[in-house]
Ligand binder design. Sequence first.
Ligand code: 2PG
Ligand code: MG
Length: 425
Amino acid sequence: MSTINSIKAIQVLDSRGLPTVSCKVILSCGIEASAIVPSGASTGTKEALELRDGGSAFMGKGVTKAVNNINNFINPLLKNLNPQDQKLIDHKLIDLDGTDDKSNIGANAILAVSLAISHVAAKKKNIPLHKHFRDVYSDITRLSVESSLPMPMLNILNGGEHADNNIDIQEFMIIPSNASNFSEAMRWSSEIYWNLKNILKNKSLSTAVGDEGGFAPNLKSNEEALTLILDAIKQSGLVPGKDIFLALDCASSEFFDGRKYNLKGEDRSLSPSEFVSYLEELVEKYPIISIEDGMDENDFDGWKELTDKIGHKCQLVGDDLFVTNKNIFKTGIEQGLANSILIKFNQIGTITETIETIHLANSNNYKSIISHRSGETEDTTISDLAIGLGAGQIKTGAPCRSDRVAKYNRILWIEEENNNFSFPE
Ligand code: 2PG
Ligand code: MG
């Protein structure tokens, strides 16, 4: 049996030019694999802790403490273990840390190892990572569901914390629902992206992009963003509300002050009920089928009102609300908040816990959307996770910038190699 020989981590840079953790696992047979962790900007307050150095280097954002925790503590702990024992290894990492929020060793350290272990284990078995995920978690995944490719949600216009413009809503996404396969979904999305660029250019608006590759112009209102996107869809010869639907990530914790939702770009402050009506009207007026973090992460009454009012006709996704945490999610389900969950493995810290949260969603009829972070890298683990778990949806930014398209390109190859994999109807 080939066992773990050594685990080595270094500090590398992410798509924002800030440090993050990269980890390599080498087996006794010589096979090796590595992984890199992502990092968020509009983070939920209950996320697992991303350990940063503080001090002056990298504006305090260095990750050498997390890197040293891997090299000094995790490396000896996991030596000689079987990399196929992902669940056992993840639990050893959780126990080593010993805190609820992984603040001791750092969720960035723990996740880097958890991911790299899964990659090396798949490589050892000589199977693709998505197949490995399916095998390892066959007891808790929906085995009845055939492997499927995810429907992409592409963020083509950026605001909020991801851009320096005046738009309050963080993400304006397109969903190419009527595409017959993943490649067609990507072709349509690329064409819409380029038509949007031309529309902005012709109006002398900025075509500079935000953190997730979407354009970040200054606009008069959130509705203007929606109108521009509809124009881009039509110019691409596609029909909004038939071929292409829209999705929003409001990331509204970023503009809620405990009492009001402050839409600075529109110079308006709305009470929770007024903000629910605002979103309800947007859903009436535009082909919006998914809204993420419509309400603040602690505004449970607002969430309940939003869910009761539009949950029957719109996917309502909890991101900062649930932070991929099984216990927090369970409480939210009991309270009837939202109807879907965004899955980000660095919010919780291990692959095993991430997959347990997806399982909880499946068992309660909540949809799962596998997601990137705004700070990303060339790592494509989320593409395999979305496919292996049959999650059905992935959001990983614009069809532009390598940190985003790396994930889509990985799925294009998996589509090519598995013509029996289905694409959502
Ligand atoms: C989000 C994410 C990813 P961040 O809010 O959904 O789009 O952003 O990684 O900054 O939390
Ligand atoms: Mg979000």
